[in-house]
Design a protein around this ligand. Structure first.
Ligand SMILES: *[C@@H]1O[C@H](CO)[C@@H](O)[C@H](O)[C@H]1NC(C)=O
Ligand SMILES: *[C@@H]1O[C@H](CO)[C@@H](O)[C@H](O)[C@H]1NC(C)=O
Ligand SMILES: *[C@@H]1O[C@H](CO)[C@@H](O)[C@H](O)[C@H]1NC(C)=O
Length: 490
């Protein structure tokens, strides 16, 4: 009896001690100084890894910059290049495999891209190819999306420098080189590679929604960490009207090509798509606002339905000549619940005019929805609270406004989460494809810590293992009432 008592007592002490040692071992510190981290990030921005459209006549992609960027990474991250397995995909995209000890666990994919959109140099107040001023780092790519690539590299280099060299679960870093022009040569080929080696992922984290600042929507004070669990599809097409008649303005036809097209465009614009039912159960950001607020806020309103944008018209060459054709370009962003076929046939029904043809130029179905009740989502959520808990932040599954390279991975995993861990302020995000794109050094360092914690929280090391690292006492401002997911919550 006494023996048994002591045995149990001993066991309890042992458990406590083990837990303690696990907790302290998690303390992976950054081995580089703040100045060194900022300077490396600034240097990463100096490579002009610009994606120009393939049909751009005036600008060609300079692939030598992409290759120089590879060499830069090789010099900056010796441990990663020593310990992880690097594969170059289609010349310019990079894949690093950090092989785990347990091959039965599906790998985690940390995705990003290092190509950037062009800049108009003269409109920048800072060097668009990297400048540090007033504790900010300026340059094209600071948010979209070199920050994620560099922060994941720094965090893993630091974890390796702390002697955590083999995770339990395999982690892949997937760096695309042409996200800004659709990712066909980059992430599409990386995903193809995963198919060829029969890899399915536990989850993918990719670029996505930034934090929405306090009062982003007036009167709403919480900071929102919107995790993109789905994105819209799209349909882009060209409409052309044709007439076969006199072309001099002195003897005009009763209906001109321009008139016919204008009527069609007017019908399209004055008949917007209706909001889809129950969208707020999928996009829970909408649950914070009432119907009136949603309707009057263009950002929120666009999240409830398929949108229509008339973006370009082309007709005529001279004031006194009547053209026989007129063209217009229209783009729709398709909400989950609608489909390409639905949008196309509704538009053709609206136009109802055989003199107008529709040529489809690009299309994508709305993405599948990833569940916020997976382990991966919960770990992401916990890590956000862990790193940013000092802010009044709410983590919410929502729809990402833009499209990402995750479109190439729908069959690699069901669990795709689009999020960028930067608090910043709203003006920073306006700068993403505009001028003076920037991140503060503090925010950059936080991003590195965030990825470090995310990786450690993903139960990757036998000697620093398991979700013990998620602080269960954190106050969780969770918000998931009335969810479509609550039935299959496990
Ligand atoms: C990592 O291991 C090396 C060699 O065993 C040792 O010299 C170094 O101090 C260790 N670093 C840390 C951070 O524990
Ligand atoms: C963790 O374990 C691995 C081997 O299992 C060892 O090489 C490494 O040094 C350990 N790391 C720490 C920080 O103890
Ligand atoms: C389409 O146009 C035809 C004639 O041009 C008309 O008879 C028909 O009612 C129209 N359909 C719709 C749905 O407006």
């Amino acid at each position: 009896m006494i023996f048994k008592f002591f045995f149990i007592f001993f066991l309890i002490i042992l458990i406590i001690k083990t837990t303690e040692s696990v907790d302290s071992s998690v303390n992976v510190h950054l081995t580089k100084s703040r100045a060194e981290l900022a300077s490396s990030f600034k240097e990463s921005l100096s490579f002009k890894t610009i994606s120009f459209d393939k049909d751009d006549q005036n600008n060609k992609i300079d692939y030598s910059e992409f290759l120089r960027f590879h060499i830069f990474l090789q010099n900056k991250y010796p441990l990663i290049h020593k310990i992880l397995k690097k594969t170059v995909i289609n010349k310019y995209s990079l894949l690093f495999e950090w092989t785990g000890s347990d091959k039965t666990l599906k790998p985690l994919l940390l995705n990003s891209h290092y190509d950037v959109v062009p800049v108009v140099d003269s409109e920048w107040a800072f060097n668009p190819w990297g400048e540090i001023r007033n504790d900010n780092i300026y340059g094209r790519g600071t948010i979209d999306n070199k920050v994620v690539l560099m922060a994941t590299m720094e965090s893993i280099e630091a974890i390796l420098a702390n002697n955590y060299t083999q995770p339990i679960r395999t982690i892949y870093l997937c760096f695309g080189h042409d996200e800004e022009i659709g990712g066909l040569d980059g992430h599409r080929m990386i995903a193809k590679h995963f198919r060829e080696i029969s890899v399915k992922a536990e989850a993918i984290f990719d670029e996505g929604c930034p934090f929405l600042a306090s009062n982003f929507i007036q009167g709403f004070e919480d900071i929102i960490a919107g995790v993109g669990v789905f994105e819209k599809g799209y349909l882009f097409y060209k409409l052309t009207s044709r007439i076969n008649t006199f072309t001099h303005s002195a003897i005009p036809p009763q209906e001109s090509a321009i008139g016919i097209l204008s009527k069609a465009l007017s019908k399209i614009e004055s008949n917007p798509f209706a909001p889809v039912e129950n969208i707020e159960k999928k996009n829970q950001l909408l649950q914070f606002f009432n119907g009136e607020t949603i309707k009057s806020n263009p950002f929120l309103n666009s999240m409830t339905k398929t949108t229509t944008a008339l973006s370009m018209v082309q007709a005529g060459t001279k004031p006194n000549v009547i053209p026989t054709t007129a063209s217009a370009w229209v783009s729709h962003r398709i909400i989950n619940g609608n489909s390409i076929e639905f949008v196309k046939s509704r538009i053709l029904d609206l136009i109802n005019d055989t003199r107008i043809t529709m040529e489809i130029e690009a299309f994508l179905e709305p993405s599948p929805i990833s569940s916020p009740f997976t382990t991966a989502y919960q770990i992401l959520k916990q890590t956000i609270y862990q790193q940013f808990g000092g802010y009044n932040v709410k983590v919410v599954p929502t729809q990402l406004m833009a499209n990402t390279d995750t479109r190439h991975y729908w069959d690699i995993t069901d669990n795709i989460y689009r999020f960028i861990p930067i608090v910043g302020n709203f003006m920073d995000f306006v700068s993403i494809h505009g001028n003076n794109e920037k991140i503060s050094i503090d925010d950059y360092i936080k991003t590195i810590h965030f990825y470090k914690k995310l990786i450690l929280n993903f139960q990757p090391f036998s000697n620093a293992s398991s979700s013990n690292h998620i602080n269960k006492n954190l106050k969780i401002n969770d918000y998931c009432p009335n969810s479509i997911y609550s039935n299959n919550k496990s």
